[in-house]
Design a protein around this ligand. Structure first.
Ligand SMILES: [Zn+2]
Length: 182
C-alpha cells in the first residue's frame, strides 16, 4: 500500500485527495481535522486510490534519458512560434510574446496583455496536438472564456479539434508528469 502524504491546511474548506502520476498520493484536509478522521477517510478512499493508480499505465514510451529539456524547450519555441505566426493572422489576432514554461498542470495560457505561454512538453505530443493548443490560445485572444462562441471559433479553424482534446485527456497526465533525467 502506498503511503499518502497528509497536509493540514488552514485554507482548505474540505478535504481533497489527489493521485498524481509518479508522485505519492496527497490528501489535504482542513486544519482542525483529527488524526482519527484522517485515518477513517484514508481507509474509505484506499480502493479509489488504488483504482486511480491502476489506470496510470505509461503508454507514451517516453524515455527520461533520451530527452534534453533545454533542447526540447528550444524546439518547442520554434514550433509554437511557427504555428502562432501563421495562425494569428488567419484568426485575426495579435500577440505580444511567447513564453515556454514547465507548468505541471497546464498546456497553454494567454494573458490579457497578449503573452502566450506554452508547456515545453507539447513537443513530445503529436504535432497536431501542439498545433491545436496554440490555436486554442490564439482564439482566447478573441474570446477569453470557454463559451460556445469560443468553441465555434476553434471549430472554424480546427474542425477536428476534439481529437486533440481527447488525446490530451487520455495522455496529458502522463506527459505532464514527465521529467527528463538530466
Ligand atoms: Zn482555453
Amino acid at each position: 500500500m502506498e503511503t499518502v502524504e497528509v497536509r493540514w491546511s488552514p485554507r482548505a474548506r474540505r478535504w481533497r485527495l489527489e493521485v498524481p502520476w509518479g508522485q505519492a498520493p496527497r490528501l489535504t484536509v482542513p486544519q482542525g481535522t483529527s488524526r482519527a478522521g484522517v485515518e477513517r477517510l484514508l481507509a474509505e478512499k484506499r480502493p479509489w486510490i488504488e483504482d486511480q493508480r491502476a489506470r496510470q499505465v505509461p503508454r507514451l514510451r517516453l524515455d527520461p534519458a533520451a530527452v534534453s529539456e533545454s533542447q526540447a524547450r528550444s524546439t518547442a519555441r520554434q514550433l509554437v512560434s511557427t504555428v502562432a505566426s501563421e495562425e494569428a493572422a488567419r484568426i485575426g489576432v495579435e500577440y505580444r510574446r511567447i513564453r515556454i514554461g514547465g507548468q505541471r498542470t497546464l498546456w497553454g495560457s494567454c494573458s490579457s496583455r497578449g503573452t502566450l505561454s506554452f508547456n515545453w512538453r507539447l513537443v513530445l505530443a503529436p504535432s497536431e496536438v501542439l498545433d491545436y493548443v496554440v490555436v486554442h490560445e490564439l482564439c482566447h485572444l478573441r474570446v477569453p472564456n470557454h463559451s460556445r462562441h469560443f468553441w465555434a471559433l476553434v471549430e472554424r479553424h480546427r474542425p477536428h479539434w476534439r481529437r486533440q482534446r481527447d488525446w490530451l485527456r487520455d495522455h496529458g497526465p502522463e506527459l505532464l508528469a514527465f521529467r527528463p533525467r538530466a
